[in-house]
Design a binder for this molecule. Structure first.
Ligand SMILES: [Zn+2]
Length: 344
C-alpha cells in the first residue's frame, strides 16, 4: 500500500478572521492609522482544527489520501498588493497558520511556504522568511511566484540571475519550488482559468529557452495544474528545443521539472501519463481549491483526481506507487526525512 501524498493543497478554508485582518491591512496601505497590528489577529487552535476537520481532512478521508503538502491560499498571496513590508507581514501570518495546522495534524499536513514577494523588489528579500519556514517550521518546499505583479509580468524570467539567491537557498536545503502565481489583477486573465495555466506554460518555456539547470543541476521546480499546456503540446516544445539547439527535453528539463496531477478529467490524466515520464509526475488535487463542483458526466468531484489515477490504463501498480508516494519522497527529500522520522 502506498501512502497517498497530495503535493498541492492550500489553506483555502482558513477562519474568516484571516480575511478580515487582510482587508484591514489593505485599507491600512492608504490610511496608515488604520493599519492593524499582527497581534489583533486571533485564531484559536480549535478554530483551526474545525476548519480542517470539516473540510480538507474530511475529504482526504473520503477520497483516500493520507498527507497533504499544505501552503497558504494561493489567490490570497496577492503579492501585487502593497509593498514588501505588507507582503512580508502577510506571508509570515499565513505561513504560521499552515505551520500550526501541521502541528495540530502531524500525520496529515506538512507545510509549504509562500514567500513575501513584491513587484520590483529583489527576490533575495524573501530569503529570511524562507529560512524561518524551513528551519523553524519544518517546511518541505516553497511556492515561488514568477509574476508578483498579478498578471502584468513585470519580473524578469525565472532564468534571470535576479532569482539565483532563492535557488541557491533551495539547493542548499534541497527543497523544490512549486511555480505558483496568485490572483490576476489583469482583466484579460481569469485567475484560475487563465493566469494559473498561462504561468505554468510560461515557466516551462522560460526554463526551456535558458540553461538554468546547467547552473543549478539539482534545482527542482514543480509545475502545477498538470503543467498548463505543456503535456498537451509536448511535440511543439520538443520541436522548439530542437530548433534552439537545446538537448532533448528529457535531459534538458526533466531532471529538474516535475508536474502535478491537478487535471480535472480522465482524458487529461490519460494524456499526462502517456506523454510525461512517470518519474516526473506527482499526485495532487489542489483540494479544496479552484474547481469545487461535481462533474455531471461522472457524478464525482472534478478535483477528486485519485479516481483518474486509479482509472488510467497508462500506469501499472509500481508506477502508481511512484506517482502517489515515491516521486514525492524523492522530490521533497525533507518530507521523506520527516516521514521516516515518524516511522513511515
Ligand atoms: Zn494551487
Amino acid at each position: 500500500m502506498s501512502l497517498i501524498i497530495d503535493v498541492h493543497g492550500h489553506y483555502t478554508t482558513a477562519p474568516k478572521a484571516l480575511e478580515e485582518w487582510r482587508n484591514k491591512q489593505i485599507a491600512g496601505i492608504k490610511d496608515p492609522a488604520a493599519m492593524p497590528k499582527v497581534s489583533e489577529l486571533k485564531i484559536s487552535d480549535d478554530e483551526l482544527r474545525e476548519t480542517i476537520e470539516t473540510n480538507q481532512l474530511a475529504k482526504m478521508k473520503e477520497r483516500g489520501s493520507d498527507i497533504t503538502l499544505f501552503s497558504p491560499r494561493a489567490s490570497f498571496m496577492a503579492h501585487h498588493i502593497g509593498d514588501f513590508q505588507v507582503s512580508s507581514t502577510w506571508a509570515a501570518i499565513c505561513n504560521e497558520l499552515c505551520y500550526r495546522v501541521s502541528q495540530l495534524f502531524p500525520d496529515n499536513f506538512v507545510p509549504v511556504a509562500m514567500l513575501p514577494q513584491s513587484p520590483g523588489v529583489d527576490p533575495a528579500t524573501s530569503i529570511p522568511e524562507l529560512v524561518k519556514c524551513v528551519e523553524q517550521y519544518g517546511n518541505v518546499g516553497i511556492n515561488l511566484n514568477p509574476d508578483p505583479s498579478g498578471g502584468h509580468w513585470t519580473s524578469p524570467p525565472l532564468s534571470d540571475k535576479v532569482w539565483y539567491p532563492i535557488y541557491e537557498k533551495m539547493v542548499e536545503y534541497d527543497i523544490p519550488a512549486m511555480i505558483h502565481v496568485s490572483t490576476s489583477c489583469n482583466a484579460c486573465f481569469h485567475t484560475t482559468g487563465a493566469h494559473y495555466l498561462n504561468a505554468d506554460t510560461t515557466a516551462f518555456m522560460q526554463c526551456l529557452t535558458s540553461d538554468l539547470f546547467k547552473d543549478f543541476p539539482t534545482l527542482k521546480f514543480l509545475i502545477p495544474h498538470g503543467g498548463g499546456a505543456v503535456p498537451y503540446h509536448w511535440g511543439r516544445f520538443r520541436g522548439l528545443a530542437q530548433e534552439l539547439k537545446k538537448p532533448l527535453l528529457t535531459e534538458h528539463l526533466l531532471n529538474n521539472i516535475y508536474f502535478d496531477t491537478c487535471v480535472y478529467h480522465q482524458p487529461g490524466i490519460d494524456l499526462l501519463t502517456q506523454v510525461i515520464p512517470v518519474k516526473n509526475i506527482l499526485f495532487a488535487s489542489e483540494m479544496i481549491g479552484a474547481v469545487r463542483g461535481i462533474d455531471p458526466e461522472t457524478g464525482h468531484y472534478f478535483d477528486d483526481t485519485k479516481r483518474y489515477i486509479e482509472s488510467t490504463l497508462n500506469l501499472n501498480a509500481d508506477e502508481r506507487h511512484q506517482v502517489y508516494e515515491g516521486n514525492a519522497r524523492r522530490v521533497f527529500s525533507r518530507l521523506d526525512a520527516k516521514l521516516k522520522s515518524q516511522g513511515r
